[in-house]
Design a binder for this molecule. Structure first.
Ligand code: KIV
Length: 265
């Protein structure tokens, strides 16, 4: 199967076929996800909250992101691997943004990068990354790297003014050359209007059913995250692991594992 590319994303939107994206942070889960046929694997900076035990994503570094992106890239053969640019890796100017985006490709083995934020602040950097030949996925609405400014997890794009502002941002990001836009916690009618208006696909997370695709955090769909209304637990991996851990501990303690057959003669 040929690798999923930005052109595949565009064709999917034109054909009305949904685009599937999920996060992964390590080799075995990324390999399984790729084998299941996911379109894109996002090595999200949700690494901070899903894996590192942080309260937010702000402390995640470039080196940590590259370490995890390279594990995922070694596993994935068909899906597009997207590296998520961490806080302060693209906000300080176009030159540094291009250098760090380039590291996701050369050191991380990714095929694209994602970054958060409005076009009026980062449009110049986005255009510079795109001109370097690196596909950029944008991310607007609730942007976790701005959690302190946004005042917590809040739905964005409610009310005429907020809706208009998000629509302008989305259009500006398309003009800057982004190949897709993540809409996070965007009021669903606003998300539908943005999706209708753009030629590039929208990928929703907590943005309702009308986006061109969906993205979620792997640990959330497996039952490891705190429950939120915008995602669904698709399989109780947490429960399966708990059973395996408890059975192992019990069998070792009671002496039923290992048996002589499970040893070497
Ligand atoms: O970091 C991340 O995983 C993300 C997705 C949830 C969109 O940004």
């Amino acid at each position: 199967m040929p690798r999923i590319r930005t052109t595949t994303f565009r064709k999917r939107k034109e054909a009305g076929e949904k685009i599937t994206v999920l996060t992964a942070y390590d080799y075995p889960s990324a390999k399984l996800l790729d084998e299941c046929g996911i379109d894109a694997v996002l090595v999200g900076d949700s690494l901070g909250t899903a894996v590192q035990g942080r309260n937010d994503t702000l402390g995640v570094t470039m080196d940590q992101m590259l370490y995890h992106t390279s594990m995922v890239s070694r596993a994935v053969e068909n899906a597009m691997v997207i590296g998520d640019m961490p806080f302060l890796s693209y906000q300080l100017g176009a030159e540094e943004a291009v250098r760090n985006a380039g590291r996701f490709i050369t050191e991380g083995g990714a095929q694209a990068v994602k970054l958060e934020g409005p076009v009026d602040k980062f449009g110049h950097s986005i255009a510079a990354i795109v001109q370097t030949g690196i596909p950029v996925m944008a991310h607007i609405g609730f942007t976790p790297q701005s959690i302190h400014q946004l005042g917590g997890y809040k739905v964005q794009g409610r009310g005429d003014q907020a809706r208009q502002q998000l629509k302008e941002e989305a259009l500006g990001l398309q003009q800057a050359g982004c190949f897709a836009i993540v809409l996070e916690l965007v009021q669903q009618d606003t998300a539908a209007e943005i999706t209708e208006m753009l030629t590039i696909p929208t990928i929703g997370i907590g943005a309702g059913p009308h986006c061109d695709g969906q993205v979620l955090v792997m640990h959330d769909i497996l039952g490891f995250g705190p429950q939120r209304t915008f995602f669904k637990v698709f399989g109780d991996a947490r429960g399966a692991m708990e059973t395996a851990f408890c059975n192992y501990i019990r069998e070792v303690r009671e002496g039923s594992f290992p048996t002589e057959e499970q040893g070497h003669r």
